[in-house]
Design a protein around this ligand. Sequence first.
Ligand code: ZN
Length: 308
Amino acid sequence: MSGTEDAAQLVEVGSGIHAWVQPDGSWWLNNAGAITTPSGQLVVDTCATETRARRFLDALSTATGRAPKLAVNTHQHGDHTYGNSLLPAGTVLIGQENMREGLRTDPIIDGCPPFWSPVPDWGDVQRRLPDITVTDALTVHLGDRRVELRHPGGPAHTTGDLVAWVPDERVLFTGDLVFAGLTPLVFMGSVSGALAAVDWLAEFGPRVVVPGHGPILTGDDIARVLDEHRRYYRLILRTGAAGIENGLSPLEAARAVDLGEFAGWADAERLVLNLHRFYADHHGSELDLIAAFSDALNYNGGPLPTHV
Ligand SMILES: [Zn+2]
């Protein structure tokens, strides 16, 4: 067991609202959570591996004394979904329409390519897809408590993002629309869509933000981190546009840019993946996942480190 596993913890961020925070938030180390009332419990995301998903669900069960009635996936990525099969068989799972299709066709759960080191071992997990799909919005009623599941309206982190908003406590689970203090990733979504989604998130007026990765945010840190995302996405838009104008490949464009204030963030090589998304959208082509990751590994000088 590594130090990062030891440090995972369940934090009560509002009345009956828990966040499961897994430091250091880098590749495959996500945050999850739950909203619990006497009328039922809604889990928000699971974790990448059998071990980590069990640890989260056991901690939640101990803290709340309840089993999840419902669960929602904020998006399709395996760090938020591979542990779905560890939920009780009777838990009703919700996801955005595109999220369901993305997980249905995700090859990585069947065998992880050697893009990461060490190559993650998911353990005994199976692909478990949402029972209920949402296109735009769905409200879950846990007794008197409302939990609003909302889609940003277009591609952002992925094509199937949902946030979970608890209005009475003003707690917002953003999924990977927010990476707090780590490099944002939009290669399966849209750079301009992710930028627009930052304003959309701000409009909720949250008191607490549970990001998809990184520490819980409150107070002035919320606006600060959202501003960082705006500046980062604008850097990608500028770098991509200049790269195309100067005939550079995404990798060459990445190497030419000074990351400046973002140089200290973990997983800096996501710059390359994000530029691949910009280029694909500019040319109206499909993103080549293998080529994008090959370039990211090249930029990084080897496989990407993970502590999952
Ligand atoms: Zn993600």
